[in-house]
Design a protein around this ligand. Structure first.
Ligand SMILES: NC(=O)c1ccc[n+]([C@@H]2O[C@H](COP(=O)([O-])OP(=O)(O)OC[C@H]3O[C@@H](n4cnc5c(N)ncnc54)[C@H](O)[C@@H]3O)[C@@H](O)[C@H]2O)c1
Length: 273
């Protein structure tokens, strides 16, 4: 039996057909929430809903583009009609794959810039704006944005993506201030290197060497922190940027190039219990 403050609540997760959005949606459903599973890809959204229902949870697919004001209005009103007022919004959808976002700055153009900014930043404004008024009237609500390490530490060839994520972190703070008097909390989560697409175990192990905790993250590693921010246990948190990256952003040099590599660390035998 779910005992958390989320039981019976209505949650909207954008981009919930794959990766982090899917893992977070499944976790909200486990906590007893009724989940609106948005994705622009109908097949993906259907898979997430099927997984939730197979586990005994409640979810509905909401197909649409969160970069479109018209789609966002339809998605949110459909969810409210079906499950009641929205208590939690997770702004997770983004174009985030190498093919979609990577372009050297010198080779970028306005189409590329506008596509990424619309999908990854304007979408966050549109979804938040569509739900915030009702949350303010009810004096309750939690909004969680997905940022990236790129908001503060640049990726090569990802200027538009990093600019959108920097905008999301600024928007988190601005929305938190404007909405706090109405009891609506706004926070953001910064994932690290999360394995949301199939890559070989060898490549994953190689990439994992740059992570202080020693491995790439899984989508499930994000589910707990994101769901926590939506619960009453996080009632005094707003405007926060919560980093969930295995320690990537706090290091000066990654392990493979450090002058004091992990191989020189003291040997500490593992305890039995
Ligand atoms: N995976 C990582 O390593 C990582 C790292 C840092 C930040 N993030 C952020 O976390 C979030 C999720 O990343 P992921 O790796 O799980 O992504 P993903 O590509 O696995 O899934 C994103 C989903 O969003 C959907 N989507 C994209 N644009 C949409 C739109 N306009 N409307 C509706 N749905 C749309 C896609 O169809 C897809 O199913 C993103 O905001 C991403 O920027 C991911």
């Amino acid at each position: 039996m779910p005992t958390s403050s989320l039981a019976g609540s209505t949650v909207l997760v954008t981009g919930a057909g794959h990766g982090i959005g899917r893992a977070v949606s499944e976790r909200f459903a486990t906590e007893g929430a009724r989940v609106g599973v948005n994705d622009i890809d109908a097949a993906r959204a259907g898979e997430t809903v099927a997984a939730i229902e197979a586990a005994g949870g409640t979810a509905m697919a909401l197909i649409g583009d969160v970069g479109s004001e018209e789609d966002v209005a339809r998605i949110t009103s459909t969810l409210v009609t079906a499950y009641g007022p929205i208590d939690v919004l997770v702004n997770n959808a983004a174009l985030a794959t190498y093919e979609a976002v990577c372009r050297h700055f010198l080779e970028g153009d306005l189409d590329w810039w506008n596509r990424i900014l619309t999908n990854n930043l304007t979408s966050v404004f549109l979804c938040s704006h569509a739900v915030a008024g009702a949350m303010a009237r009810r004096r309750r609500g939690a909004i969680i944005h997905l940022s990236s390490g790129g908001a503060t530490h640049a990726h090569r060839a990802m200027a538009s993506y990093d600019a959108a994520k920097g905008g999301i972190e600024a928007l988190t703070r601005a929305m938190a201030l404007d909405l706090a008097p109405y009891g609506v909390r706004v926070n953001c989560v910064v994932p690290g290197l999360i394995r949301t697409y199939d890559i070989s175990d060898e490549l994953a192990a190689e990439r994992g060497q740059v992570v202080p905790l020693g491995r790439l993250g899984n989508a499930d590693d994000l589910a707990g922190p994101i769901v926590f921010l939506a619960t009453d246990d996080a009632r005094y948190m707003t405007g926060a940027t919560v980093v969930v990256d295995g320690g990537v952003l706090v290091q000066q040099r990654s392990a493979p190039v450090d002058v004091y590599p992990v191989s020189k660390f003291p040997v500490v035998p593992e305890a039995d219990s």
